[in-house]
Design a protein around this ligand. Structure first.
Ligand code: ADP
Length: 385
C-alpha cells in the first residue's frame, strides 16, 4: 500500500534531529518537533539513536502509534546527492554504501544524515526509507552556471562543480509562487530568496533553475548566519601560510564564525535588529554587508533572466523580517520592482503579495515547507516503484 498513509520526515543534522509526521494529501503536520544539542556535554541526548528514540517517544505521547498509523514511508533529507543522486531514492544497503562514499564530497554535511538513516532503518524496519536531496532541483543547471573556471581535469577528477542547495525549498516556493500568480510554472521567470540560518538565491526560468548562489558546498554565495558566503579563495591560502591556521581551522571559521555572527557576534536577526537600534556599529555593518550582497545577487539574477515576473522571499528571515525585504529591493523602481510599505509590514502568515500595484515584478512572501515537499516526493517515488 502506498501513498495514503502519513510520511515521517527526518532532517538529521550534526547536533539536531528535526522531525515531522506529514499527512500528504492535506499537507497537515500530525506531529512535529526537534531534538537539539545531541552529544553536547550537558545534554541528556547522547547520540542520534537517543535523539530518534526521544522523537518517536514524543510522537507516541501525541497519541500516534508509528507502527499502526499506516506509515507510508520515512523521508530523509540528505544535503548532498553529488552527481549521482538527484531523484528521491529508495534506500537499500547498496545505495546507502554509495551514499557513504559520497560523504567524501560533503564531509561536513552528509554523515549526520547517514547516521539518522541507519538508526531510523533499525527502529522502523518495515517501512520504505527514501532519501530526498537538497541538490536535486539544481542537478540540471546549465553548464555555464554549474562550471567553475578551474583546471578541467582537476574538476572532473574530484567532482568539483556547482551543485546548489536548499533545492527542495526553491522548488516548493517557486511552484507556490506560480500558483499564487495563477500562472503555469513554465511561463514564469522568478527569483527565490531563501533567507534562514543558511541563505541562498536562485534564478528560475520557466520552472527550470538557471542559477543559484550556493556551489560545491553550501558555503558559497550570500552572507549567512555564520557562513561567509563568497570570499576571495586566495584568503584560504593566505591564512594557512601567513597566520599558520590549519585548513580545518580556516574551514571552521568560514562556516561557523563568519557571516553576520562573525561581524556582529550575533546571528539571530531579531537580536541583530535590537543591537542596531541600540547603536551597535558591528551589528550595523553586518546588516549592511548582508543586504549589499543580497542586492548584488538580485541584480545579477535580473541580468541572467532578462525579465522577472516574481521575486519571492522565504525562510525565517525572508518570511518575517520586513526591513530586510524593504532594504533588499529599495531603489529598484527603474527595474520595475516596487515594494509596497503597507503590504510589506502586514503580518499575514500565508503566501502574500507585497509589491505595489505599479510594480511590473510581483514581490511575494511565500512560507516554505520543505517537510511537505519531501513527504510528497516520497509519495511520488513510491507511486513510481
Ligand atoms: P534554518 O536555516 O535553520 O531552517 P530558519 O529558516 O528557521 O533557519 O531561519 C532562522 C533565522 O530566521 C533565525 O536565525 C532568525 O535570524 C530569523 N528569524 C526568525 N524569526 C524572525 C523574525 N520574527 N524576525 C526576524 N528574523 C527572524
Amino acid at each position: 500500500m502506498t501513498g495514503n498513509g502519513p510520511v515521517l520526515v527526518i532532517n538529521s543534522g550534526s547536533s539536531s534531529v528535526k522531525y515531522q509526521l506529514v499527512e500528504t494529501d492535506s499537507g497537515t503536520a500530525l506531529a512535529a518537533g526537534a531534538v537539539e544539542r545531541i552529544g553536547e556535554a550537558a545534554s541528556p541526548v547522547g547520540d542520534h539513536e537517543a535523539a530518534l528514540r526521544l522523537a518517536f517517544g514524543e510522537i507516541s505521547a501525541a497519541g500516534i502509534d508509528l507502527s499502526r498509523c499506516g506509515l507510508a514511508a520515512v523521508g530523509h533529507r540528505v544535503v548532498h546527492g553529488g552527481g549521482q543522486f538527484y531523484r528521491p531514492t529508495l534506500l537499500d544497503d547498496e545505495r546507502i554504501a554509495a551514499l557513504e562514499k559520497l560523504s567524501e564530497l560533503a564531509p561536513l554535511h552528509n554523515p549526520p544524515a547517514l547516521t539518522g538513516i541507519e538508526v531510523a532503518r533499525r527502529l522502523l524496519p518495515g517501512v520504505p526509507h527514501i532519501a530526498v536531496f537538497d541538490t536535486a532541483f539544481f542537478h540540471d543547471l546549465p553548464p555555464e552556471a554549474a562550471t567553475y573556471a578551474i583546471d578541467r581535469e582537476v574538476a572532473s577528477r574530484w567532482q568539483i562543480r556547482r551543485y546548489g542547495f536548499h533545492g527542495t525549498s526553491h522548488r516548493y516556493v517557486s511552484e507556490r509562487a506560480a500558483d499564487f500568480l495563477g500562472r503555469p510554472s513554465p511561463e514564469v521567470n522568478q527569483i527565490v530568496l531563501h533567507l534562514g540560518n543558511g541563505c541562498s538565491a536562485s534564478a528560475i526560468a520557466g520552472g527550470r533553475p538557471v542559477e543559484t548562489s550556493m556551489g560545491m558546498t553550501p558555503l558559497e554565495g550570500l552572507v549567512m548566519g555564520s557562513r561567509s558566503g563568497d570570499i576571495d579563495p586566495g584568503i584560504v591560502g593566505y591564512l594557512c601560510h601567513r597566520a599558520s591556521m590549519s585548513v580545518d581551522e580556516v574551514e571552521g571559521m568560514l562556516n561557523k564564525q563568519s557571516g553576520v555572527q562573525g561581524l556582529a557576534g550575533e546571528r539571530d536577526f531579531r537580536r541583530l535588529r535590537a543591537m542596531i537600534d541600540a547603536g551597535d556599529d558591528g551589528a550595523r555593518l553586518a546588516y549592511g554587508v548582508f543586504i549589499h550582497r543580497l542586492r548584488k545577487y538580485v541584480g545579477a539574477y535580473l541580468a541572467v533572466l532578462g525579465h522577472v515576473d516574481a521575486i519571492s522571499f522565504t525562510a525565517g528571515i525572508g518570511e518575517n523580517d520586513a526591513a530586510v525585504r524593504r532594504d533588499a529591493l529599495a531603489g529598484l523602481e527603474g527595474f520595475g520592482i516596487v515594494v509596497d510599505e503597507g503590504r510589506n509590514v502586514d503580518l499575514d502568515r500565508g503566501a502574500r503579495l507585497i509589491s505595489g500595484d505599479d510594480s511590473r515584478t510581483a514581490v511575494l512572501v511565500v512560507p516554505t515547507n520543505e517537510e511537505l515537499a519531501i513527504a510528497r516526493d516520497c509519495v511520488s517515488a513510491l507511486a513510481g516503484l
